[in-house]
Design a binder for this molecule. Structure first.
Ligand SMILES: Cc1ncc(COP(=O)(O)O)c(C=O)c1O
Length: 242
C-alpha cells in the first residue's frame, strides 16, 4: 500500500545535511562543509567513565524516564556554566535540555510559527533551520550579511516592514558563512529586539570553539533580551547532545 504522507511534506526537498553525511563516509574526504567535530577529539575515556559511574551509582535514574525539561543535575550544571560566562539571571528552571539544537529549533517552529508567519534569518544561514521552519509554514526572509555578520541597518528595515514572528541568527561563526557578528552589531540587535519587541533566537553551537581571541559575548549572555538554542554537541560529541 503506498504511504500517504502529510500534505505539509509535499514540498520538502531532500536534506542537504544528509547529502553531506554521505560524502563524509568516503575515504580520504575531510569535509569542511558541515560543522563536524574531529572524532579524534572526543573524550572517549571521560565519557566511558562518566557513563559507567552513572550506571553504577544511579542506574534507575540513568535508564528510567525523566523530567521532560531534562535531568535536574544536568540543568543545574548548565545554569552554573552559563553563570560562569557572566549570565546573572539564570536558574535551572529556565533551561530545557533537548537532543541537539536541531530539536530546540523544531520546538520553536512547532510552538511559535503559524502558517504564513514571517521569520527573518541571515542569508546565507543553516539549511536545516530553513527546512525546519518552512515545515511549520514560515515565510522566510533573508537579511544580508557581510564579514561582520548580519547588516543591522538592513535588518532593522526588514523587521519594521515584515513584523516577523522572530529573528533567527547565528552570530558567532555563522554556518555556512563563518561570519562573526561584531560587538557593536550585537548591541544594536539587542536594541532592535527591545525597540520592536521582537524575539531574537540565537543559535550558538560554535561560540566556545575558537583559536586565539575569544569572540564577543553571545547575545544570549547579555542581560535579558534574547533566548537561545545553545549547543553542546560540538564540544562533547555528536551523540552527547544537549
Ligand atoms: C548553526 C547550527 N545550528 C544547529 C546545528 C545542529 O546542531 P545539533 O547537531 O546540535 O542538532 C548545526 C549543525 O551543523 C549548526 O551548524
Amino acid at each position: 500500500m503506498p504511504l500517504q504522507f502529510a500534505t505539509r511534506l509535499n514540498n520538502v526537498e531532500t536534506s542537504a545535511i544528509r547529502e553531506l553525511f554521505k560524502l563524509l563516509g568516503k575515504p580520504g574526504i575531510i569535509s569542511l562543509a558541515g560543522g563536524f567535530p574531529d572524532s579524534a577529539m572526543f573524550d572517549v575515556e571521560g565519557l566511558r567513565e562518566a557513563s559507567q559511574r552513572a550506571l553504577q551509582e544511579e542506574p534507575g535514574g540513568a535508564l528510567q524516564y525523566g523530567a521532560t525539561e531534562g535531568y535536574e543535575p544536568l540543568r543545574t550544571q548548565l545554569a552554573a556554566f552559563e553563570r560562569s560566562k557572566g549570565v546573572t539571571d539564570i536558574e535551572p528552571h529556565n533551561l530545557i535540555v533537548t537532543t541537539g539544537s536541531q530539536q530546540a529549533l523544531d520546538l520553536l517552529g512547532k510552538t511559535l510559527i503559524s502558517e504564513g508567519d514571517k521569520v527573518i534569518v541571515e542569508g546565507p544561514t543553516f539549511l536545516a533551520t530553513i527546512q525546519c521552519f518552512r515545515l511549520y509554514g514560515a515565510d522566510i526572509e533573508s537579511a544580508p550579511i557581510d564579514a561582520h555578520g548580519v547588516q543591522v541597518d538592513k535588518l532593522e528595515q526588514m523587521i519594521a516592514q515584515h513584523k516577523p514572528k522572530f529573528v533567527y541568527l547565528i552570530p558567532t561563526f555563522g554556518n555556512p558563512s563563518g561570519a562573526l557578528l561584531s560587538l557593536e552589531r550585537r548591541r544594536k540587535i539587542l536594541e532592535l529586539a527591545v525597540k520592536y519587541q521582537v524575539l531574537v533566537v540565537e543559535d550558538d553551537p560554535y561560540g566556545d570553539l575558537y583559536f586565539g581571541k575569544a569572540p564577543p559575548r553571545a547575545c544570549w549572555r547579555c542581560p535579558r533580551t534574547c533566548r537561545a538554542a545553545a549547543n553542546g554537541s560540538r564540544t562533547a560529541g555528536r551523540s552527547a547532545r544537549c
